[in-house]
Design a protein around this ligand. Structure first.
Ligand code: CTP
Length: 396
């Protein structure tokens, strides 16, 4: 979805500059055209030739002899950029941009571009918390076309501990993708997503669960964020890699998930209930580990609450709800029943009869069931499915 996008990266003088190699690699792999501009101090940390090798484009740097061609080039970069990323962004460059100083190739190009500008700060915790820097950052964040990325916490190269660590390349990549991949059709909307498997304790050692990896729910959450929504993700046990920077509420059992949903569903405009929730839980959880004995063991199970049904019956006016259904037989018949019995707008049904669809796969074969009929989607990536599911629900 980033294919053909022009990304310009401005690299400044921070130790974190080496991480930009990975960011460039991810962007190039995704089909982007990557151009780079380095400040003089960035070029002291890393050789521009390496950046050129990775991006397959000339890296503009002030350390190179100035030729007239560069002046033209920086304006053409400013014009062609779909996104301008300053990473790592030092206190110095943030200060310059926030105060309208354009005294080198990078800051001049930023001044000239109308593209959205993403700033990924990287610095020592004391510099990061300095009120002068924070004021500059705040000033930039007040402009609509500036996206200020948060920083991580941890031990810095200098040995200090605190905020100021640049986001990891994978995360910066995900943020770029979010900005550029989809039309922002969910801007101003609140979306609630549940995902993953619930775990029902038998005793302090064992539990009952299922094979849900969380991939489909993650794809819905990530795509909804990319479409501009404010997303809350209620997450059971998952094995898939979690998208970055989401508002996540971790739960364990079906009962925990129900409580979290009850506390968060009221403001939601759209609800996607992708979690695989246990229908039964042990009637009693043993306080101590159950010791083996001769013969078989029976564990009595009791029904859990049907969370989706609760949502269908208690939703506020205007909230649209999509449930998910996974079947091994009679997919359409069984899933269609859930549309009415749970009073929801849509069921995304998928069969686990095929190896390329269902638990843990990257692809799915979904049939979207609504009262208007069924739409059978071809084999798609879970992200493509998520896009179709969200669009169909919002267009209803
Ligand atoms: N669901 C729920 N609460 C439960 C069980 C299921 O909210 N206790 C939701 C799931 O998150 C999913 C939908 O209901 O969105 C369908 O789940 P599924 O397990 O396919 O169906 P069930 O309603 O559990 O029915 P059955 O197990 O008989 O197929």
């Amino acid at each position: 979805m980033l294919k053909g996008k022009n990304i310009v990266i401005g690299l400044t003088g921070s130790v974190a500059v080496y991480k930009i190699c990975e960011l460039i690699r991810l962007l190039v792999k995704a089909g982007c055209n990557v151009d780079t501009i380095m400040t003089e101090s960035a070029a002291k940390f890393i050789n521009p030739y390496l950046i050129e090798e990775l991006s397959q484009n000339k890296c503009i740097t002030d350390t190179f002899e100035r030729v007239a061609e560069f002046d033209v080039k920086h304006i053409s970069l400013a014009n062609k950029a779909d996104m301008f990323v300053v990473a790592p962004a030092t206190a110095n460059v943030v200060g310059k941009i926030a105060n309208g100083i354009a005294d080198d190739m990078l800051t001049t190009t930023i001044m000239a571009t109308k593209a959205p500008k993403m700033i990924a700060p990287a610095m020592n915790p004391n510099m990061y918390s300095n009120p002068i820097f924070q004021n500059n950052l705040k000033r930039l964040s007040e402009y609509e076309d500036y996206i200020i990325l948060p920083t991580g916490e941890g031990e810095m190269t200098c040995g200090d501990f605190g905020s100021g660590r640049m986001l990891e390349p994978k995360e910066i990549f995900a943020r770029i993708k979010r900005e550029l991949s989809y039309e922002k059709i969910l801007k101003g909307k609140r979306v609630l997503v549940t995902c993953g498997a619930t775990m029902e304790d038998i005793d302090p050692v064992r539990f009952i669960t299922n094979h849900s990896s969380g991939k489909m729910g993650f794809a819905i959450a990530e795509t909804a964020v990319s479409m501009g929504a404010e997303v809350t993700l209620i997450k059971g046990n998952t094995t898939a890699e979690m998208p970055y920077g989401l508002n996540v509420i971790n739960v364990k059992s079906a009962a925990d998930m129900f409580e979290a949903v009850k506390a968060n569903y009221k403001n939601a405009d759209y609800i996607f209930k992708a979690a695989a929730v246990a229908d039964y839980t042990p009637k009693e959880k043993a306080l101590n580990k159950i010791k083996k004995a001769d013969g078989n063991l029976s564990i009595e199970l009791k029904r859990t609450d049907d969370i989706l049904k609760f949502l269908g019956e208690n939703r506020k006016e205007g909230t649209k709800i999509c449930g998910f259904s996974m079947e091994t037989e009679d997919l359409i018949k069984n899933s269609s029943k859930k549309l009415t019995s749970k009073n929801v707008d849509m069921i995304a049904a998928n069969s686990i009869a095929n190896k390329d669809s269902g638990f843990g796969t990257d692809t799915n074969r979904i049939t979207i069931i609504t009262e208007n009929g069924n739409k059978e989607l071809p084999l798609m990536t879970k992200e493509e499915c998520a896009c179709e599911i969200i669009k169909t629900l919002t267009e209803m």
